[in-house]
Write a protein that binds this ligand. Structure first.
Ligand SMILES: *[C@@H]1O[C@H](CO)[C@@H](O)[C@H](O)[C@H]1NC(C)=O
Length: 519
């Protein structure tokens, strides 16, 4: 449904807009974050805008109106960081660790030679719009002040307390769990306590440890002091935030008007036929069907502990289905007949294939959205970050099950696969999720383009900004009002008590001493 309307709707978008110069900043070293926005950036370019994109995955072919500024520096020890993230840490240290990672990425962007030589020198370049990955990289939000241009943020996983602050959105922590917590919107009392404490720790760590580092970077790299704006004003002044989320994928909740859901932004193509060898292998599965197994682009299944690999291999060997396994090596010793390995698969085309019955996934958001889009049940083996949450949501929604890849036994793995393939309710639920998700007035990509150009047409669309962004902490939470009312109440109480005391004295009531004397 979505794919068919795409081209028609793009033609309907207002075309009278002047072409703009757009600076996009998406330096995160994990490929899926960039994959998520490339169709959006390229569509902007195809609509006549000049796009300069700072990123870690430059285009292989020349794209019209599209210039890459590659930041390969962000790959320094990325693998190490990913492996470390999977280790348990206390929450304060984990926040330090993650925030330092983002400070390093921010520094890589601002210290990059092409950035310092072609973008930042006074008068060298100009932009009409800045689009950034909103990922705790406040210093590079400084491009907005530097170029005096409105700024749009894109968040690949949805919102949290940090993204909320950019536009003054509110996420009640009673039903919005921290992305990393692995809770759903329906939390027990214990989970709510944990969510409250964890959110507070993350917030305090951000303000005390992270922001001073970002301030330093901002002052160091943006050369025109007179154009610098305090970072805590810049990061409350976003024109728009696009969220890679949708209520049909997660849970219903409220957003301010300049926070727009575009979950599945990257799904823009019509499913293509599979390569010949792959199609033959899939067809060879007969009525049993095919299972697709991929741990995404960050976790490499070839690096799993040998004993875990053996367990997976042995399980697959006993299945009647055939298995497509995204495996990052040419050789997989002991690979059974019914398993096909490849370093890369056309994932959306595979998920669209009617003979694919199950997706065994790490539970990354993009994979989860693709699975829902194509209506396929999932078996989640989460590793880190939001993956636990995504798998839990799949379980809660009823189109998937999750296992702990570190501790699962062969029997558990096999039984879970069998349940997901055999019990029809999982496939039915996946189809229902797909129907709900696809039933939208515009595709996520069209929606994103429309709102982006809306910001251009209305010169930053400042009229969408909620007034709360200009209030201080005490005024925002009405603490000043509460304090004034309490003080007033206290005053009235004091005066009333004083009066009663006076009246009592005048009328002689309560003067027990006198009474006793007269008796
Ligand atoms: C906030 O954004 C508006 C519109 O883009 C701009 O005019 C204003 O100068 C910005 N203020 C700050 C503090 O960045």
């Amino acid at each position: 449904m979505l794919g068919v309307h795409l081209s028609v709707l793009l033609l309907l978008l207002p075309a009278c807009l002047q072409a703009a110069r757009i600076l996009a900043v998406f330096p995160f070293p994990g490929p899926s974050q960039y994959i998520n926005v490339v169709p959006y950036l390229k569509t902007l370019a195809s609509r006549g805008h000049q796009v300069t994109s700072i990123n870690a995955f430059p285009q292989k072919k020349l794209v019209k109106n599209f210039r890459d500024i590659p930041i390969p520096e962000v790959f320094n020890n990325y693998d190490e960081i990913i492996n470390k993230l999977a280790d348990p840490m206390n929450l304060w240290l984990e926040n330090n660790f993650v925030n330092k990672f983002f400070v390093d990425i921010t520094r890589s962007v601002l210290a990059n030679k092409e950035v310092t030589e072609t973008l930042l020198p006074p008068g060298k370049d100009h932009y009409d719009l800045i689009i950034v990955e909103a990922l705790r990289s406040d210093a590079y939000y400084g491009f907005a002040a530097h170029f005096n241009a409105p700024i749009i943020g894109i968040s690949t996983f949805g919102t949290d307390w940090n993204i909320d602050e950019l536009v003054g959105n509110v996420s009640p922590i009673s039903y919005t769990p921290l992305v990393t917590a692995g809770f759903t919107d329906r939390m027990t009392f214990g989970e709510r306590v944990s969510n409250f404490v964890d959110t507070t720790i993350a917030w305090v760590n951000y303000k005390l440890v992270h922001m001073p580092e970002q301030e330093k970077l901002y002052e160091k790299y943006f050369p025109i002091a007179s154009k610098r704006v305090p970072l805590n004003e810049l990061n409350r002044n976003f024109s728009l935030v696009l969220l890679n989320q949708h209520f049909s994928l997660s849970f219903p909740r409220s957003y301010v008007p300049n926070m727009i859901q575009v979950g599945g932004l990257h799904i823009s193509h019509k499913p293509a036929a599979l390569p010949k060898d792959l199609e033959e292998f899939v067809q060879g599965s007969g009525t049993h069907g095919v299972i697709y197994f991929s741990l995404g682009s960050n976790v490499k299944s070839k690096d799993l502990p040998a004993e875990r690999l053996q367990l997976i291999l042995k399980t697959f060997a006993t299945l009647p289905q055939r298995v497509l396994w995204k495996f990052e090596d040419d050789q997989l010793p002991g690979k059974p007949e019914n398993v096909f390995i490849s370093k890369w698969f056309p994932q959306p085309d595979i998920l669209a294939h009617p003979m694919v019955k199950l997706f065994i996934t790490h539970g990354g958001l993009l994979s989860t959205i693709e699975s829902i889009h194509h209506g396929k049940p999932v078996l989640g083996l989460p590793f880190f970050y939001d993956q636990f949450l995504n798998v839990k949501r799949a379980t809660q929604a009823g189109f998937g099950l999750g296992l702990d890849h570190k501790t699962m036994t062969e029997q558990e793995f096999k039984e879970t696969i069998e349940r997901l393939v055999k019990e029809p309710r999982f496939a039915e639920k996946a189809r229902q999720m797909s129907d709900r998700y696809r039933d939208q007035p515009m595709t996520p990509l069209d929606t994103a383009i429309w709102w982006t150009e809306y910001v251009l047409r209305h010169k930053g669309a400042y009229h969408m900004r909620v007034a709360g962004q200009d209030l201080g902490f005490f005024a925002y939470y009405s603490l000043d009002v509460i304090a004034a009312l309490l003080a007033g109440a206290l005053l009235i109480l004091t005066v009333t008590l004083g009066l009663i005391w006076k009246i009592a004295k005048i009328t002689g009531l309560g003067n027990t001493k006198n009474k006793q004397k007269t008796q």
